[in-house]
Design a protein around this ligand. Sequence first.
Ligand code: PAF
Length: 286
Amino acid sequence: MEIIDNVKDMQLRADEIRSFGKTIAFVPTMGFLHKGHLSLIEKGKKAGDILVLSIFVNPAQFGPNEDFDSYPKNIARDLELAEKQCVDIVFTPDKESLYQKNYQTYVDVNDLPNHLCGLCRPGFFKGVATVVTKLFNIVKPHYAVFGEKDYQQLAVIRQMVKDLDFDIKIIGSPTLREEDGLAMSSRNAYLTKEQRPAALSLYNALVKARDIVKKGEKNASKIINSVSMDIKKYKDTQIDYISICDPYTLEDVDIIEESVVMALAVKVKTTRLIDNMVLTPDLNYI
Ligand code: PAF
């Protein structure tokens, strides 16, 4: 496995791989890898010849009061896992090489960030779109894999790739869950054993909503109120948002007539968790 920490070296290596007629699949991460990331790597390996994994905690997507400084890190363990997973190249730039002194250019998608997480985390998607653009220009992939757990992020990146004519195929990869249903996330490392039931309230809310929509409930507010009450029963929870929305525009849906996405963000004490699920009415249900 090659480890490259320098922008120029990564670009030259990407050019070389392309000149051999090989395709590059790319999995961008912020490290502290878990099984969810490993499933993205597996997807990437099926898509392209050479798998590049990046590990970079992007300061531009963290707000001033967020967890940039305390974001979990274990580079030695990440490299071991990447090696075991037969990753070809790990790209590990530092902050200074990606955002040089006097850095001035950002990528801002217009509408999709004005929903869900974008409302609670102003500037977050600008930071994500900017770093992903930079990484695309450095790694020069043919394919890039993103997790569906970050549903809005995936939508923003698809829009950006379409709008800016990136010649890259974006591949979405389903959310991996712990045995109890909790969506895998690097931030789960912050949770104590006592906070686990509160953390699970997100998944339980989605399952409840999925089941009642299947049985014919169409009123989105009714569903949101019901699952909000369930989540609030756990003393450490604070709901950032719960939304039932159009899968493409992310606009809120009031009456559920076809498949919608339910997305939510809940803080369990200081740990902010997100999750989502597609809710599909069963048109044959009587
Ligand atoms: O999903 C993530 O881990 C990050 O937002 C990403 C896509 C690597 C950009 O920093």
